[in-house]
Design a protein around this ligand. Structure first.
Ligand code: GSH
Length: 204
């Protein structure tokens, strides 16, 4: 049995959860108190004490990109969520890269504004993160389809990454990400019609 370790708010854990579900894989979820009780014990699964970790027949896998590579290469061809090759694969991976980069900056924003003591918050850094997020979101919004999915008639890996990132940013009201990105907001709303997305929503 595959076990996905990590909480519901993490955009990286969510991407793996959506990916597993879209591929129709059975898996269990295991919450982790990274900033609390599990900090020491979780190092046995990931020495960096980060999530996601996927417990698999090959042991504890770390880092979203490597976990996704495992899921893709171990799936039957008709279950894969990345185009096999060519321009379609490049385009799909670039959307995932952009969504991932936005998620990284969003997580940095959350650490700076929610975890750091208020008297130590670096205002210039918060401003820089906000600018990077706004620019990244504008680029992603511009490439978002008016209808359907990045994958066309059915969602692919780009949809998994984009929805995971946007729903995470939705947990940070100060960013107002959805208001600035109507096509992305519509895509996220549409995703909730599918259990593969809805089951792992941060509020589920
Ligand atoms: N590059 C990593 C990033 C993972 C990551 O930053 N996860 C966060 C949760 S959203 C985490 O575990 N943070 C704890 C820490 O960095 O100490 C991946 O894609 O797996």
């Amino acid at each position: 049995m595959l076990i996905l370790h990590g909480g519901r708010r993490s955009p990286f854990v969510r991407r793996v959860a959506i990916w597993l579900a879209l591929q129709g894989r059975a898996f269990e979820r295991q919450g982790v108190e990274l900033f609390g009780a599990d900090f020491e014990s979780f190092a046995a699964r990931n020495p960096l004490v980060r999530v996601p970790v996927l417990t698999s027949p090959h042991g504890d896998l770390i880092e979203t990109a490597a976990i996704i590579d495992y899921l893709e290469t171990s799936a039957d061809a008709d279950r894969r969520l990345l185009p096999a090759n060519g321009a379609e694969r490049v385009a799909c991976l670039q959307i995932i890269a952009l969504a991932n980069a936005i998620a990284e900056k969003g997580v940095a924003y959350v650490y700076e504004t929610e975890r750091r003591p208020a008297d130590l918050v670096w205002a210039d850094w918060v401003q820089r993160l906000s600018t990077q997020l706004r620019q990244g979101l504008a680029a992603l919004e511009a490439q978002t389809p008016e209808a359907g999915w990045f994958g066309g008639a059915t969602p692919n890996g780009a949809d998994a990454a984009v929805v995971a990132t946007m729903d995470f940013l939705g947990t940070v009201p100060a960013l107002g990400a959805a208001a600035a990105c109507p096509k992305l907001a519509t895509l996220c709303a549409r995703s909730l019609d599918l259990l593969a997305f809805a089951a792992s929503h941060p509020s589920a």
